[in-house]
Write a protein that binds this ligand. Structure first.
Ligand SMILES: Cc1cc2nc3c(=O)[nH]c(=O)nc-3n(C[C@H](O)[C@H](O)[C@H](O)COP(=O)(O)OP(=O)(O)OC[C@H]3O[C@@H](n4cnc5c(N)ncnc54)[C@H](O)[C@@H]3O)c2cc1C
Length: 436
C-alpha cells in the first residue's frame, strides 16, 4: 500500500482530511485551485474559506450541532481548533472572523509535515492513486465532468431543491389522518388537513414571507424543473389546492372533504423523520418555521432540516459511497465534504475527518469499525449511505437521525442532552478501539 494520498480541494473537508492524514505519518499531495482559479462564490486566496454565514452554529450539547462539535473535538479536529482561535462573540454559537480563520488554517496546513501544496485545478482523476476528492458544492466544471464519467452523469447533482423535514415525535397526531388518496395502495403518508380559513391564512403568509436572495450564478438555472411552493402559491390563492395541497381523494369519516391537505412522507425506513411533500422552498429559515408552523398538525413541530434551493454539487451517496467515504466502484477514491452528500460547514468538515482517518488506517493496515449510529457523525454517514437513492437529498446534523434512547425521557431538552451524552461516550469508545 502506498504511503501517499492526493487530496483535491482545500476547503473545510480537504483541510481536515489533510491534517488527519499528516498527523498519522501519511504523505499528502494537496491540490487547491485557488488563487489560480476561483469558484463563483470563493474570493479569499487562503484555504478553508467560509463562503457565506460566519457561524458554525450552536456549540451547546442540547443541540445536534453542539453534539457534532463535541464528537469532532474528541477526534482532534483541526478546523475546530482553528475556529476557537478565530472565535467572535455569538452567544451560544461558534462563529468566526472568517479571514482570520482561513489564515490560521492556511498556516497550520503549510506547516504540516509531509504535505506538498499544488496551486492548480485538478481536471482528471488517476484512479490508481489513493485520493480524497473534497472539491465542494462548487467543484470546477472539468472535474465535475470527470466525476460524472466515473459515476454516471445521473449520479452527480448540481442543484439541491429539498423540502423541510420534521421530527415525527413533534407532529400533533390528533390533527392528522392516515389514508391513501382514493383509498388506493398503502397509507404511507401522514395527511395534515386544513379548513378554509386555515388554508387562506397559510397561503397569504406563504406568499408574503421573506425569501433567500439568490447568488447571481444561481439565478439562471435554479428553478428549472422545480418550482418553489411559495412561487406556485403566488400564482393564485387556489393554485396550491390544485397542486401540492389538493384534497381530492380524501374523505373524513363523516363523509366531508378537507379543504386542503399537506402530505408528509417518511424520509427513510431507518428513522422517524418526515418531509413535507412538494414543499421545495426558497424562504428564509426563520420564515419557514413561522409559516409552516401554521399547518395545524405542525404547530409545535421541530424542523430538523429546512428546505433549500441552491447550487450544490453532490453525488448520489446511497448508490456510490461506502461507510468510510470510499467509492464502492473504486476503493482508492474517497469523496468528502459537501460533494459526498452531507450538508453544512461542520458536517462537511466531519466527513473530511472520517475520510482522512479511514484512509490512514487503511494504509497502516489497521481495521476500522463503522462509526456508531448513536453518534451524529455515524448517523449522518449511515443516512447518506443507506437512504433511498431515488431523489436523494443531502443531510445535516439533527437528533432525528439517531436511534431512540433505551429509556423514555419526556422532557425535550433533557432528551437532547441524553442523546449527546450517549454520542460522546460512544465516540470515546470508538476512538480507543479504532484510531491509529
Ligand atoms: C454559496 C454557498 C453558501 C453556503 N453557505 C453555507 C452556510 O452559510 N452555512 C453552512 O453550514 N453551509 C453553507 N454552504 C454549504 C457548505 O457547508 C459549504 O459550501 C462548505 O464550505 C463545504 O465544504 P467543502 O470542504 O465540501 O467545500 P469548500 O469549502 O467549498 O472547499 C472546496 C475547495 O475545493 C476547491 N476546488 C474546487 N474544484 C477544484 C478542482 N478541480 N481542483 C482543485 N481545487 C478545487 C475550491 O476552490 C475550494 O477551496 C454553502 C454553500 C454554498 C455554495
Amino acid at each position: 500500500m502506498k504511503n501517499k494520498v492526493n487530496v483535491i480541494g482545500c476547503g473545510l473537508a480537504g483541510a481536515e482530511a489533510t491534517y488527519q492524514l499528516s498527523k498519522r505519518g501519511i504523505l499528502v499531495e494537496l491540490y487547491e485551485m485557488k488563487p489560480t482559479k476561483f469558484s463563483p462564490a470563493h474570493t479569499n486566496p487562503n484555504f478553508a474559506e467560509v463562503v457565506c454565514s460566519n457561524s458554525f452554529k450552536s456549540d451547546e450539547l442540547s443541540t445536534a450541532s453542539g453534539c457534532l462539535k463535541a464528537e469532532m473535538r474528541e477526534l482532534d479536529s483541526l478546523i475546530l481548533k482553528c475556529a476557537e482561535k478565530a472565535k467572535v462573540p455569538a452567544g451560544s454559537a461558534l462563529a468566526v472572523d472568517r479571514n482570520k480563520f482561513s489564515e490560521i488554517v492556511t498556516n497550520e496546513i503549510k506547516n504540516l509535515k509531509g504535505v506538498t501544496i499544488h496551486n492548480e485545478e485538478v481536471k482528471t482523476i488517476d484512479t490508481t492513486n489513493l485520493t480524497i476528492i473534497a472539491t465542494g458544492p462548487l467543484t470546477s466544471d472539468a472535474l465535475s465532468s470527470e466525476i460524472a464519467k466515473l459515476l454516471g452523469s445521473e449520479s452527480l447533482h448540481f442543484y439541491d431543491a429539498s423540502a423541510p423535514v420534521v421530527d415525527a415525535e413533534t407532529i400533533d397526531m390528533t390533527k392528522v389522518f392516515k389514508d391513501a388518496r382514493y383509498g388506493k395502495g398503502e397509507s404511507d403518508y401522514i395527511n395534515c388537513p386544513m379548513n378554509k380559513d386555515e388554508y387562506y391564512a397559510f397561503v397569504d403568509a406563504l406568499t408574503s414571507a421573506e425569501r433567500v436572495e439568490l447568488h447571481e450564478f444561481e439565478k439562471a438555472e435554479i428553478f428549472e424543473g422545480c418550482m418553489p411552493v411559495e412561487v406556485m402559491a403566488s400564482r393564485g390563492r387556489e393554485s396550491l389546492r390544485f397542486g401540492t395541497l389538493r384534497p381530492v381523494g380524501f374523505r373524513y369519516e363523516n363523509g366531508e372533504r378537507p379543504y386542503a391537505v399537506v402530505q408528509l412522507r417518511k424520509e427513510s425506513t431507518e428513522n422517524e423523520l418526515y418531509n413535507l411533500v412538494g414543499f421545495q422552498t426558497n424562504l428564509k429559515f426563520g420564515e419557514q418555521k413561522r409559516v409552516f408552523s401554521m399547518i395545524p398538525a405542525l404547530k409545535n413541530a421541530d424542523f430538523v432540516k429546512y428546505g433549500v434551493m441552491h447550487r450544490n454539487s453532490y453525488i448520489c451517496a446511497p448508490k456510490h459511497l461506502n461507510f468510510d467515504f470510499s467509492l464502492k466502484k473504486n476503493e482508492n477514491i474517497y469523496i468528502a465534504g459537501q460533494l459526498s452528500g452531507v450538508e453544512g460547514y461542520m458536517e462537511s468538515t466531519a466527513s473530511g475527518l472520517v475520510a482522512g482517518i479511514a484512509l490512514a488506517n487503511k494504509i497502516h493496515g489497521k481495521s476500522l469499525d463503522i462509526l456508531p449510529k448513536t453518534t451524529i457523525i455515524g448517523a449522518i454517514t449511515n443516512y447518506i449511505c443507506t437512504a433511498s437513492s431515488e431523489n436523494f437529498q443531502p443531510m445535516n446534523a439533527n437528533f432525528g437521525i439517531l436511534p431512540a434512547l433505551d429509556v423514555i425521557i419526556k422532557d425535550k431538552s433533557q432528551r437532547k442532552l441524553a442523546y449527546s451524552e450517549r454520542a460522546i461516550q460512544d465516540i470515546k469508545k470508538y476512538k480507543e478501539q479504532n484510531l491509529c
